[in-house]
Unconditional design. Structure first.
Length: 127
């Protein structure tokens, strides 16, 4: 049975999106050249992944000569928000509180992170 296609960015797709978010737009060759050599996939693989990401709604392209220039349709923050919501729904019964508790229990948070979380909690409880 084939694996269900993910509407979320896979790890590999996110690496490609990071290039496009940083550059503002890129051809397949430009994306490929921006990747570290040790984890650089084949040209055809990158081309296929960009087309899949376009079908998922993350990218759009424009034609320039024979090349396609890919541009992000989704901002980095929006993709991150959707990924967090997906994790929260799948693992934490759609509860932001359970997710926050898990982070506090299992992660080494910096003083700055804790200060920001306290500020956000204070703001949320004042509403």
């Amino acid at each position: 049975m084939p694996r269900k296609r993910s509407e979320m960015l896979t790890e590999g797709e996110q690496r490609l999106m990071e290039v496009i978010w940083t550059r503002g737009g890129a051809t397949v060759s430009e994306v490929l050249d921006a990747l570290p050599e040790r984890e650089r996939p084949a040209f055809n693989s990158v081309q296929t992944m960009l087309r899949i990401m376009e079908r998922k709604g993350y990218l759009r392209h424009e034609e320039r000569g024979r090349a396609f220039i890919y541009h992000a349709k989704v901002e980095r923050d929006d993709a991150a928000r959707a990924a967090v919501q997906s994790v929260m729904k799948r693992f934490f019964h759609n509860s932001a509180g359970l997710l926050a508790v898990r982070l506090l229990e299992n992660e080494e948070l910096s003083d700055d992170d804790l200060t920001q979380m306290r500020r956000l909690i204070d703001e949320a409880t004042q509403c």
